[in-house]
Design a protein around this ligand. Structure first.
Ligand code: NIG
Ligand code: FE
Length: 450
């Protein structure tokens, strides 16, 4: 602590009763303590929009494509941020004079990319399923374990028992790790309650995470994730409950409605019914489509103009053409695919002109994965995307899949959500897939991690 003076009012230690350590360890007098605490709180308030001049950027990924350069890379760049939004981005030498007084973050030649947009997660749950994972890797099928009461149903049992506080504890820890790895926007689904009260709790926890951490949460209602045990032989009654009892209380807490439309889950007609009811409550559709088998979920996504069709491990080239034509985004989840032993035709989807996004699918069953850099590496090493395609899909692709065009790029008007990599190029994300590449995370112009 710097001795002698209060760093707020400047009075000497001889003029005030005592000096104490304030926020950040600065010397402070008791009269200024409240003000100091308020200012430091503003700095970490997730809704606080910052002003910042990000300098010394060795390579800036803007995602404003120019010709063959998909990710619009600018060498020796600067980004000027006002009120949490990018005001200017370009070569350092061309920085307009009016931005020179902004508070500076010098990146020392490191690469800067847009914050990751994780467009598919089941972040809020209790328990874990490592025993089931072991059984699957020894040869048992996901669907057989689920049919025997394991799988989603076992997480539902743990989640119903947990209660909101315990759910928050686990989910906020995961969200914090996601943020520290560079995720600045995350979609979060319900779907492990499967009865009205717990589904409401899951969405409330999701929304509260966005208030407690500097990360934007996009909540999705997934009441049709599985048929719960108590409705085993009562499918119609369960669908009635989803559309008539859950949707009215869950819709105000969500932005999208999702259905697990697949073999052993919900068929095309059932999914249509739920998604159409969601639309009546103001929720835009998105779909788990073709993770285990092809049951017409892609066609349904196109019919309902869904925001996205996700998984797509069994997508045909005809279906890819449909997605491209209809502008439904394809959210690919390589960590889940790896664990189930299938892979979506990522390159084919990309080449047909589909908007491709990459996401974690964070859940305790098929993909206990939190970090988007790992997913980018899988996109390159397992799905065969180029490093630029994978990075674009994890940032801009995710923003388009969530219908949030104000992020996932770093040009004028975009949210100033950025990751400063501890490397001079984004290539290191997949070149050194096991390294921690995140030097600092910036959310709306405020350094929130690193
Ligand atoms: O996206 N497919 C449905 N939902 C999850 C898995 C959920 C679970 O197994 O708990 C998924 O992979
Ligand atoms: Fe999922």
């Amino acid at each position: 602590m710097a001795a002698g003076r209060c760093s707020f009012c400047g009075r000497r230690d001889t003029e005030v009763p005592t000096l104490v350590a304030g926020p950040g360890g600065v010397a402070i007098c008791p009269e200024c303590a409240e003000l100091a605490i308020q200012i430091s709180r503003e700095r970490t308030d997730p809704r606080f929009d910052g002003d910042l001049l990000v300098t010394g950027i060795g390579r800036l990924v803007t995602n404003d494509s120019v010709g063959d350069d998909l990710i619009g890379e600018v060498p020796d760049a600067t980004v000027a941020v006002r009120d949490g939004k990018v005001a200017w981005a370009g070569p350092a030498a061309a920085l307009p004079y009016r931005y020179r007084d902004l508070p500076e973050l010098d990146c020392g030649g490191r690469a800067v990319i847009p914050g990751f947009v994780d467009s598919h997660t089941h972040l809020v749950f209790a328990g874990e399923r490592s025993i089931e994972f072991g059984r699957r890797r020894r040869g048992e099928r996901y669907e057989d374990i689920a049919a025997a009461g394991g799988g989603i149903r076992s997480t539902v049992a743990a989640t119903r028992l947990a209660g909101p506080d315990l759910l928050m504890e686990g989910a906020i820890a995961r969200a914090g790790r996601m943020l520290a790895a560079g995720t600045t926007t995350v979609e979060v689904k319900s779907g492990y309650g499967l009865e009205p009260l717990t589904e409401v709790h899951l969405l409330e926890v999701a929304n509260e995470i966005g208030e407690r951490l500097p990360i934007d949460v996009v909540p999705t209602f997934l009441g049709a994730h599985a048929i719960p045990e108590e409705f085993e032989d009562l499918r119609q009654a369960y669908l009635w409950m989803v559309t008539q009892e859950m949707l009215p209380v869950c819709a105000p807490l969500a932005r999208f409605c999702d259905v697990f439309c697949d073999r052993g889950a919900f068929d095309q007609d059932e999914a249509r019914r739920v998604l159409q009811a969601g639309v009546k409550h103001g929720l835009k559709p998105r779909l788990h489509a073709g993770q285990l088998a092809n049951v017409g979920a892609v066609e349904l996504a196109v019919e309902l103009r869904a925001a996205s069709a996700d998984h797509l491990d069994h997508c045909t080239s005809e279906q890819a053409a449909l997605l491209a034509e209809s502008r439904v985004a394809a959210v690919l989840l390589p960590a889940a695919s790896l664990s189930l032993g299938t892979m979506p035709p990522a390159r084919m989807l990309w080449d047909k002109g589909v908007t491709v996004a990459l996401a974690t699918d964070c859940n305790p069953g098929t993909s206990f994965v939190e970090r988007m850099p790992f997913v980018v590496a899988l996109g390159v090493l397992e799905l065969g995307l180029s490093p630029e395609q994978a990075l674009w899909a994890a940032t801009r692709g995710g923003s388009l899949a969530l219908e949030l065009p104000d992020r996932g790029r770093l040009g004028p008007g975009a949210l100033a959500d950025m990751v400063v990599l501890d490397a001079d190029s984004h290539l290191h994300l997949s070149y050194r897939p096991d390294a921690d590449h995140t030097w600092k995370v910036v959310k709306r112009g405020v350094v929130v991690s690193g």
